[in-house]
Design a binder for this molecule. Structure first.
Ligand code: ATP
Ligand code: MG
Length: 411
């Protein structure tokens, strides 16, 4: 790719309305209202980032983010239904019924020397974005500080054109995830961008461009420097995106899985057969997502790490622990240990441990116990785990039939 990515002034590629497929009909009416209000007040107003990417790909965007040259204060004056958020970079949330339109002033890039630093030392507790407070920029600067070329496109409401400063249109055609600027520098600045690359490659069915891929392989251990609470948020996006299996493929291929889930990934590597359970789990996650079913984090972690937790449970039983104690401790030790990299909330750890200890109750099918268990709020998650694990390991066939029948009777 030519030097599309340096910060020198350059002309963007502009696709006029007849030359692209993005129609106002595909944009939410709330976003359209915000775009037009800003434009009518004399400001530049663009849809930016993932929304434009998804519209061009004919996908349904999750949300529409707006970029403008109006400052947060100016935005607030225009919209009554507006709240300014963010400590380091102020941006506006414009509230509509059932929808929030995030509207940000064009941002300048991070100061040069900040790329040297890592989040844990300099950014503890922050969202990890490396930037000075409220340094507004030009549309070009705003485009070039974004992570990947395909995420740096604008849709201009003034003439319905697409504006491309970073080569994103070409990369959309070629189906590649390309870092804007020097990959080593951009991944050091914000290591979370590496797992974002895996997420976009998996979700969109794209390849990670070679320089970016090689850079991830070189820099993957830096993921451990990212803020653990931000990692928790990102991990959920990886597995709830509806393409968890494909995303997992990229996490393994780039070996990003190691710095994310250290113990678990070593355990998988020891025996490739352990992979099968994980893949089956991810396929199930994707089916639930496609059916628009909401899976909560505890069920995700219980399923994803299920076979590993069972393995650790057995080790503890062999060392003399009771099955209940072993199941609880196996989960808690693992997830608490993981918290330095991915901070799983305590509440979620307890829920995962409940799912695992409750597995013991499926074997106790006498008297009133089954009915009482079924009325318990923790039953459904435990049952979903029981069902999936029984099928995956072809075990508990009769017990599963019994509980399935009992559930039908209760309905
Ligand atoms: P999704 O559809 O999953 O929401 P998205 O591209 O909209 O994908 P967001 O996390 O919502 O991703 O971020 C919105 C935009 O902000 C991105 O498209 C990208 O331009 C920019 N962005 C987000 N995170 C980063 C980052 N870590 N570094 C640089 N730019 C980022
Ligand atoms: Mg988004």
């Amino acid at each position: 790719m030519p030097s599309r990515t340096n910060a020198s002034p350059m002309k963007p590629i502009i696709l006029a309305r007849p030359d692209h497929c993005v129609s106002r009909r595909d944009i939410s009416s709330a976003a359209i209202k915000v775009l037009y209000r800003l434009k009518d007040e004399g400001y530049t107003s663009y849809i930016a980032g993932g929304g434009v990417r998804d519209l061009l790909l004919g996908r349904h965007p999750k949300d529409f983010d707006i970029a403008t040259n109006a400052t947060p204060e100016q935005i607030r004056k225009i919209f009554r239904n507006c709240r300014l958020i963010g400590r380091r970079f102020r941006l506006a949330h414009i509230l509509f019924r059932g929808e929030i339109i995030e509207t940000a002033t064009f941002r300048a890039p991070a100061p040069e020397n900040e790329g040297e630093h890592n989040e844990k030392i300099f950014r503890t507790g922050e969202d990890g974005q490396v930037m000075r407070d409220n340094v507004f920029g030009t549309p070009q600067q705003d485009a070039l500080r974004r992570d990947f070329t395909i995420n740096a496109l604008f849709y201009n409401i003034a003439d319905f054109s697409i504006i491309d400063y970073a080569g994103g249109l070409e990369d959309l055609k070629k189906k590649i995830i390309r870092v804007i600027g020097n990959p080593d520098k951009r991944f050091t600045e914000d290591p979370v961008r590496m797992i974002r690359a895996a997420r976009f490659a998996g979700t969109l069915g794209f390849e990670i461009e070679k320089n970016a891929y090689d850079s991830i392989c070189r820099n993957k251990e830096k993921l451990a420097l990212a803020s653990s609470s931000r990692m928790y948020e990102e991990v959920q996006k990886l597995f709830f995106c509806g393409h968890a299996k494909d995303v997992f493929y990229w996490l393994e291929k780039t070996e990003l899985l190691h710095p994310m889930f250290r113990d678990f990934s070593h355990w998988i590597d020891e025996d490739r057969a352990r992979h099968d359970w994980v893949i089956q789990t991810l396929e199930q996650m994707d089916r639930w997502r496609k059916a628009n079913l909401r899976v909560h984090p505890a069920l995700l972690f219980a399923l994803l790490f299920g076979e590993y937790h069972e393995f650790r449970t057995q080790q503890l039983i062999d060392a003399g622990a009771s099955p209940f104690e072993a199941a609880r401790n196996a989960v808690q030790q693992h997830l608490q240990g993981m918290c330095t990299n991915v901070r799983v909330p305590k509440q979620v750890i307890y829920q995962v441990s409940d799912i695992m200890t409750n597995q013991l109750r499926f074997e106790r099918a006498q008297g009133q116990r089954p009915k009482r268990f079924m009325q318990h709020k923790a039953f459904l998650d435990a049952f979903l785990y029981f069902q999936l694990s029984s099928k995956a390991h072809t075990r508990n066939t009769e017990l599963l039939a019994y509980w399935t029948e009992l559930r039908k009777e209760q309905d």
